[in-house]
Each structure stands twice: as C-alpha cells, then as structure tokens.
Ligand binder design. Structure first.
Ligand code: GCO
Length: 264
C-alpha cells in the first residue's frame, strides 16, 4: 500500500485556535508531515509569533494570522488575505474553543452564549467562507474538533456539551451538503488530554484526575501528540471516502461503562 495515501506534503492547513494545546499539536503533526500550517489565535500577536517560531524551529513551514473566528467580517478578510499571501486552504481544522465549568442553574445566559458562539457558531462561520473556495476547486478537508461531550453529558459543562453535541451534528450536515464537491468533513473527538484547559482538573490527587485515570481503559491522560495520526488521516487522500464521522481518540472511554472502583 502506498504511503502516498497519507501524503499532505505542500498542502495548506488552517488550524483555528492553534497557538497552544491540542490545536498546536495537530498543526505540528501536519507540519512535520510536510504541510504548510497557518497558526491562528485572537488573544495576542505574541502568542501567535511564539507558536510560529516554535514550529519553524522544528523545520515546519508556518505562518500566523490573528483574527477572531466569531466575527464574520474578520474571518472573510483573513481568509482572503491567506489565500492571496499563502495560497488556497486545502485543510481546515476548526479547533478554537472555550469551556466554562459552572452548574447550569448558576450559569449566566451571556456565558452560555459565549461558549456556544465560539465552540459551535465559529466552526460554521469559518467553514462557510473557507469551503466556498474549496467548492470552486472541487476538493478540501474540514475537521471539526468535537469532544467526549459530543456523546456524553458531564456535570457543570452544560454549555460546552450542548455546543460539542451540536458540532457533531453540524459535522454530519456539512458532510451531507459538501461531499458532492469532493470535500470530506469529519470530526476528531479527543478524550481527556493533558492541556491548559484540563490543567485545573488534572492536579495530582484531584478527584477528577483519579476518576479519569479509572474511567479511561488506557489508564492515562492523552498527550497532544496522540491526535496527530487521526489528524493526518482525515487530512489526506486516505480519508477521501470518509464523510461525517467523528474519530474518537479517547483511550477507550466511549468503549466502556467503566469498572467498579475496587476492580484492578
Ligand atoms: C472537562 C474537560 C473536557 C475535555 C474534553 C473531553 O471539563 O470535562 O475539559 O471538556 O477538555 O472536551 O473530550
């Protein structure tokens, strides 16, 4: 079997929210496989520049663009600039997202809307404007970063679960509408990974840390690099007939109801 199937050499990949964490890890995975990666963030130019420098130090072709994925005018302008200055976007990874851990009964409506706006509405906004060009070229790859919360509820992350559950269905609808243009839309559902987002619940001895270790058959938190294989698969020819699926990279969490605490 030709490894050309997984070739992303010289493809151009935009990864939203990729200055750190899983977004940066997925970007590096594609970059180390030969793609040109576009780092995006909205918090600070310094963070974008640092991420780009980090990639370049590893021999990765990388450029950075600062824009707010929730603001359609900024997205339209940024995509136009990228396609002129870098080239046509072959791969879009909608990774930008936030989480707010608050019981629903206590959650402010504004906070609920903020989570949904970034985690669900922005993949729609960015995809709509990137895919317009992919349709013209009759090819493209879109990957939406879903979550365990695309399938399961968890106390105190209701807005996030609503958004990520919606993102799974949006992935299926995007696939339904765009597959005829040779655009494959799929998702990646990370399990519990060691990132800044999970740092507060990953502290040694934190009840949630112990819970995740026992709830995950692999008995460990994911490392961001664990996502690079699925990212390359869904970004390459190898997935040209894969549409609307979420590939869960979760150490087995969704495969099991778990085990009694007294079982080894
Ligand atoms: C949480 C975690 C999760 C993970 C991931 C699981 O508070 O439950 O932050 O949301 O980040 O999304 O797939």
């Amino acid at each position: 079997m030709s490894l050309d199937l997984f070739n992303v050499e010289n493809k151009i990949a935009l990864i939203t929210g990729s200055t750190h964490g899983l977004g940066l890890a997925m970007a590096k995975g594609l970059g180390l496989a030969g793609a040109t990666i576009i780092i995006n963030g909205n918090s600070s130019q310094d963070k974008i520049d640092k991420a780009v420098s980090e990639c370049k130090a590893e021999g990765i072709k990388a450029v950075g663009y600062k824009f707010n994925v929730t603001e359609e005018a900024e997205v339209i302008s940024a995509i136009s600039k990228i396609e002129i200055e870098v080239g046509p976007i072959d791969i879009l990874i909608n990774n930008a997202g936030i989480i707010k851990r608050t019981p629903l009964i206590d959650m402010e409506v504004a906070d609920f809307k903020a989570v949904v706006n970034i985690d669900l509405v922005s993949p729609f906004i960015v995809s709509k404007h990137v895919v317009k060009n992919m349709i013209q070229r009759n090819q493209g790859k879109v990957i939406n970063i879903c979550s365990m919360m695309s399938e399961l509820g968890r106390a105190n992350v209701g807005a996030y679960a609503a958004a990520k559950g919606g993102l799974k269905m949006l992935t299926q609808n995007m696939a339904t509408e765009w597959a005829k243009h040779n655009i494959q839309v799929n998702g990646i559902g990370p399990g519990y990974f060691a990132t800044s987002q999970t740092a507060p619940i990953r502290v040694e001895g934190h009840p949630f840390n112990d819970f995740i270790i026992s709830r995950t058959p692999a008995a460990r938190w994911g490392n961001p690099e664990d996502l690079q294989g699925a990212t390359i698969f869904l970004s390459s020819k190898a997935s040209d007939f894969v549409n609307g699926h979420v590939v869960y990279v979760d150490g087995g969490i969704l495969a099991t109801i778990g085990k009694p605490s007294n079982e080894g």
